[in-house]
Write a protein that binds this ligand. Structure first.
Ligand code: G1P
Length: 303
């Protein structure tokens, strides 16, 4: 087998309507919802950049221009901040995108599913492997960056890799579920021979669910071109992955990093609290408030 190419490109599907966050997302992209002071898409870009990604392909849709503006250089704002000597703020504005990163924007047009959204990036990925990051999933980085580990696995083996975690039985039908090639995990790695998109709990082949981080071989784009609509009548990325698993094999990377599902109101609030508590300035004031709230809630429960 020839040595797999390096993974330096990532597709970020960002065309979704964000209906679960209406009315906030009526005129604002859901990817621009902020966790503390950063839009959720910026967390994904920072994580991918740290893992070695330099070309970002954003799959966008109508009404999402503020996302493009966010990663652009705001000349007037930068100039004003400089004149006012607000240098820390100026750094923040400049750092939304490192200077050696490239952004490409392409529109999905019709909401035909995640598989179709990913396929929309095919002219830019060409014959190269690529990462996919779903910005709704905010993945924390501790000492290790899970995506960087997955890229290393791909470059060593030539097999595509998905991030996964064990999910409770009642949440299985919300995820792409792994069919394991062998029982049990070897460290953080699983050998995978298939996938099923959002099965009923009783039909699920395992309790490992796909989290929104993927490192995919270029062959996925060819399969996505012809794959038939699946679950929900949509072109599913999971169905293309199942086809590739049968021909090229596949790996699962079990994440040890905390992850927040920011596509869901509860996960989004948790992410805000988690990142707020990481900021000493906020934590000092927030902690007493949280304690107070917990005491109040405990009183209500006893009543
Ligand atoms: C998508 C994928 C699913 C995956 C999930 C991870 O579903 O289709 O396979 O497990 O992302 O977040 P969605 O959450 O967009 O419905």
């Amino acid at each position: 087998m020839s040595t797999p190419r390096k993974v330096t490109k990532a597709i970020i599907p960002a065309a979704g309507l964000g209906t679960r966050f209406l009315p906030a997302t009526k005129a604002m992209p859901k990817e621009m919802l902020t966790v503390v002071n950063k839009p959720i898409i910026q967390y994904a870009i920072e994580e991918a950049y740290e893992a070695g990604i330099r070309e970002f392909i954003i799959i966008t849709g109508r009404g999402k221009v503020s996302m493009e503006n966010h990663f652009d250089y705001p000349y007037e704002l930068a100039d004003t901040l400089l004149k006012k000597n607000k240098l820390a703020e100026l750094e923040m504005v400049k750092n939304t995108l490192p200077s050696d990163a490239r952004m490409y924007y392409t529109r999905q047009g019709e909401p035909l599913g995640l598989g179709h959204a990913v396929w929309c990036g095919h002219t830019i990925t060409g014959d190269d492997p690529f990462a996919v990051l779903l910005p709704d999933d905010v993945v924390c980085r501790g000492k290790n960056n899970g995506l960087a580990e997955m890229i290393k696995m791909y470059e060593e083996t030539g097999k595509s890799v998905v991030m996964c975690e064990e999910v409770p039985q009642d949440r299985v039908s919300n995820y792409g579920i792994l069919k394991l090639a062998e029982q049990g995990a070897k460290g953080s790695r699983l050998s995978v021979n298939g996938f099923v998109e959002k099965p009923k709990a009783e039909e699920a082949p395992s309790n490992y669910g796909v989290v929104g981080r993927y490192v995919l071989s270029p062959a996925h784009m060819k399969v996505l071109e012809t794959v038939k609509p699946g679950k929900g009548g949509e072109i599913q990325l999971t169905d293309a992955m199942a086809e590739i698993a049968a021909t090229e094999g596949y790996s699962g990377y079990i994440s040890t990093n905390r992850r927040f599902d920011c596509g869901d109101k509860v996960g989004f609030q948790m992410a805000n609290l988690y990142f707020a508590m990481k900021d000493p300035y906020i934590a000092e004031r927030l902690q007493p408030f949280l304690n107070e709230m917990a005491t109040e809630a405990a009183k209500v429960c006893k009543m």
